[in-house]
Design a protein around this ligand. Structure first.
Ligand code: IMP
Ligand code: MG
Length: 173
């Protein structure tokens, strides 16, 4: 059956939102040389656009975890697939996430990174599904609040499809 897509955040709105986030981060992290840690795979496009709008020196690294088996259901199980290559001890770290849903994945990652004694650890997420939160996490920067709908595009997938869409769309089957 063919999936139906409804655009909820268009290309221009995304561009503007990402630019604003980069502007705030650039102001807050002057002379701090932060390490931006992208959570693969979902954050790769957001990360690429975000760093190109940053006005300050910074470093980029990635980790990869598996939180959803496949499809739309959270398993609650987090598997560590790829670790950082940069030592973040005593560094200012910013986790770059595509979307926060239950918050379980990010909570796990955050706690793990905290054990490595960064100088600071903040989170930037492009999308926030606030009403689905199962665990409280401090979010420093949020691009867009969205309703409890499954979305794809701009890095986010459904069974590895739709990551390349230049907008965020709601998926309806
Ligand atoms: P959480 O642990 O429930 O917060 O799930 C977080 C991860 O699940 C995100 O980093 C995404 O990779 C994925 N995810 C959550 N909601 C969606 C969605 O609406 N579309 C695509 N992926 C999602
Ligand atoms: Mg993700």
């Amino acid at each position: 059956m063919k999936d139906k897509l409804k655009i909820i955040i268009g290309k221009q709105a995304l561009k503007k939102g990402v630019k604003e986030l980069a502007h705030k981060i650039s102001n807050d992290y002057k002379d701090k040389d932060p390490v931006l840690v992208g959570i693969l795979k979902g954050s790769f496009i957001f990360m690429a656009d975000l760093v190109r709008e940053l006005q300050i020196p910074h470093k980029v690294d990635f980790i990869s975890v598996a939180s959803y088996g496949s499809g739309k259901c959270a398993s609650g199980v987090v598997r560590w697939l790829k670790d950082l290559s940069i030592n973040i001890e005593d560094k200012h770290v910013i986790i770059v996430e595509d979307i926060i849903d239950s918050g379980l994945t990010l909570n796990y990652i955050r706690n793990n990174l905290l054990t490595r004694n960064p100088k600071s650890l903040k989170i930037v997420t492009l999308l926030n599904k606030r009403r689905r939160r199962k665990i409280k996490i401090p979010l420093r920067y949020v691009g867009f609040f969205i309703a409890n709908r499954f979305v794809v595009g701009y890095g986010l997938d459904y069974n590895e499809k739709y990551r390349n869409l230049p907008y965020i769309a709601q998926l309806k089957e």
